[in-house]
Design a protein around this ligand. Structure first.
Ligand SMILES: [Zn+2]
Length: 236
């Protein structure tokens, strides 16, 4: 994340988003909820990230503070990161209660932007809290698959799915439409102060769910280390 911060010309940036841990450091595969103030001249990075893995003792979610065990700011596989200067300023506040459609909060935001600005590609990053209700998440197994995963069904049967409870702090990066950069158009990870966290899909309690979020439109979108060969599996 320190390198990403320099690549996007914001050394000392505040980063949040969704990614995977660096398995070479952590020793396994796991979900990462990155929350980092990257290093700047004379100041080391501050890593407030959380990570979630499958607890080998009971097969349940094990969420930990990253800095309790590790001191680096690396990630692995991929990350969708929102970078800003971390300064106060105007933001977009989103309050929502009850879900009446099939879209998640993030999907609804993305599709609303896409419908309103059909010829533009708008990116938002930010944080929202699921204040009431429950949500569906996944956590990747500790071991990588032994065989290639060729379909979304293959991926979904490899992932471990859980229902987790509010309050959940969700970090989201989304783009209304892929501007031709082969982007994942939305990626949201959540953590909590009660030991639950992972990759967020949608709330499972549409009648009682409540959301409060703060987002910022992006000035720039950067695609770092774009793969030469791509696919459409596991994009949402
Ligand atoms: Zn994820």
């Amino acid at each position: 994340m320190n390198s990403v911060s320099k690549e996007v010309e914001l050394p000392g940036a505040f980063l949040l988003g969704a990614g995977a841990v660096a398995s070479r450091i952590v020793g396994m595969n796991a979900e990462l909820m990155p929350l980092v103030l990257t290093e700047a001249e004379g100041r080391p990075a501050v890593n407030g990230s959380y990570w979630s893995s499958i607890n080998p003792a009971d097969g349940q979610c094990l969420q930990e503070k990253y800095s309790d065990k590790f001191s680096d700011c690396n990630f692995g596989l991929l990350a969708n990161l929102y970078a800003c200067e971390g300064k106060p300023g105007q933001v977009i506040e989103v309050r929502a209660k009850r879900r009446t459609g099939a879209e998640s909060l993030v999907g609804a935001l993305r599709k609303t932007l896409e419908a309103h600005y059909p010829d533009k590609s708008l990116a938002l990053g930010g944080t929202f809290v699921i204040q009431k209700g429950k949500a569906k998440i996944h956590i990747m197994p500790r071991e990588f698959p032994v065989c290639p995963l060729h379909t979304n069904d293959d991926v979904n049967s490899w992932l471990k799915h859980f229902e987790v409870s509010a309050p959940l702090i969700c970090q989201s990066v989304l783009v209304s439409r892929d501007p031709g950069l082969d982007l994942r158009v939305e990626h949201t990870h959540c953590f909590s102060h009660h030991g639950e966290g992972g990759h967020y899909y949608i709330d499972t309690t549409p009648d009682t769910v409540e959301y409060l979020g703060y987002f910022m439109p992006a000035e720039f979108v950067y695609r770092i280390d774009r793969p030469q060969e791509t696919h459409v599996i596991g994009r949402e």
